[in-house]
Design a protein. Sequence first.
Length: 217
Amino acid sequence: MKFFVDTADIDAIRELHELGMVDGVTTNPSLIMKSGRDIKEVTKEICELIPGPVSAETVALDAEGMIAEGRELAKIGDNIAIKVPLTWAGLQACKVLTGEGRMVNVTLCFSANQALLAAKAGATFISPFVGRLDDINIDGMDLIAEIRQVYDNYDFSTEILTASIRSANHMKEAALIGADVATAPPNVIKAMANHVLTDKGLDAFMADWAKTGQSII
Ligand code: G3P
């Protein structure tokens, strides 16, 4: 499973990238707002740092506007994936932009039917939001499993990009289901390293080592 980082925080992206944990980056208007940076400047910096797909989101609500914004965002770097919302206008924009050979990430997906439409419209990535479904007491991971089945039934090449990931457990479940990509905030990716038994075992080893009175260097 590919790891995308869901942030526009350059330092956080760099730290994970140095460890080989970043296959791509996703941003959205809320993350750009949080970064306090200019969208084109920060997205360009990310594109130069990370060779993989970097999603940058359009904000127009009509297809024509999304297409124009998408073309503008694509000028930032060859690795830009233009993000459009899963609306009818977004699907129209997806069809046109992928027809021009650009990567398109269709976002704000909450049903298998929406994902089916995005695949038919040629989306490079579909972004189902698991955390926001969990928020309304619908198991977000069930949606990932449904989309996996639908796409496999018909050999769609659209990649399932599990989004709105809130926990390390979401990462594990996405990997078990066979999502192509998971995008997560940096703290969630780092939390995957944690285990209470690792901490406990390390404490015990350190206590015993201290009793030996030895040093390695
Ligand atoms: O990947 C989409 C993400 O940025 C949304 O996450 O936690 O706001 O639902 P969240």
